[in-house]
Ligand binder design. Structure first.
Ligand code: PEP
Length: 249
């Protein structure tokens, strides 16, 4: 079972129109492995999605960083799945730890968003991961399994889902998981899929790692058998994102 390497760039709440165009230019000029070997998806803030989509090289795709949980309407400040579909945005990141912790998004709420996004044809990068306290108390896999269960309950077609394991203690901290730590959780998560969803889904679903990935540490992480790519925050705004994409081959 071949799982195509996947590299996502989460630009978070960063950038001006000028900066965003500069990043897109750098990406456009880069020599990277072919689409057959790596799927690249960048996720600018909502307001820059149309311009980035318009300027981006055709072999890269875009993702929204969030979406509203159901059909749009009287939900001031929200962006609906219908709007993303209307603009031709193919992907959305859901369950990011910053939204879980800062905006109190529960496992169930994330699951509901996954359901609605998938129902209208969006593809989902679904994030899970434990805090440092949870890791230190030995509950990493229980936390990751509970988060995954709430997502899996809403998925019937797994080709449109990429799972991102992002330990909270590694996000934006410069404290990357060791290749062994990442591999251990990815393997456990794949076993969880095997036991709770099915052997085929376990073998084919991509599980990517996120948390302080950079140009220097990506190659060794990418070499782990169950690490199928990365979700990259800080480094996705820098030229080293290209090195991370290149770690696919
Ligand atoms: C992220 O925000 O998904 C992330 C992994 O951030 P960073 O790479 O900056 O740790």
């Amino acid at each position: 079972m071949v799982r195509k390497f996947f590299v996502g760039g989460n630009w978070k709440c960063n950038g001006t129109a000028e900066e965003v165009k500069k990043i897109v230019t750098v990406l456009s000029e880069a020599e990277v492995p072919s689409e057959d070997d790596v799927e690249v998806v960048v996720s600018p803030p909502f307001v820059f999605l149309p311009v980035v989509k318009g300027l981006l090289r055709p072999d890269f795709q875009v993702a929204a960083q969030n979406c509203w949980v159901r059909r749009g309407g009287a939900f001031t400040g929200e962006i609906s799945v219908e709007m993303l579909v209307n603009l031709g945005i193919p992907w959305v990141i859901l369950g990011h730890s910053e939204r879980r912790s800062l905006l109190n998004e529960s496992n169930e709420f994330v699951g509901d968003k996954v359901a609605y996004a998938l129902s209208l044809g969006l593809k989902v990068i679904a994030c899970v991961g434990e805090t440092l306290q949870q890791r230190e108390s030995g509950s990493t896999m229980a936390v990751v399994a509970a988060q995954t269960k709430a997502i899996a309950a809403n998925v019937s077609y797994w080709d449109n889902v990429v799972m991102a394991y992002e330990p909270v203690w590694a996000i934006g901290t410069g404290k990357v998981a060791t290749p062994a730590q990442a591999q251990e959780v990815h393997l456990e998560l794949r076993k969880w899929f095997h036991d709770n969803v099915g052997a085929e889904v376990a073998a084919s679903t991509r599980i990517i790692y996120g948390g302080s990935v950079n140009g220097a540490n990506c190659k060794e992480l990418a070499g782990q058998p169950d690490v199928d790519g990365f979700l990259v925050g800080g480094a996705s705004l820098k030229p080293e994102f290209i090195d991370i994409i290149k770690s696919a081959t």
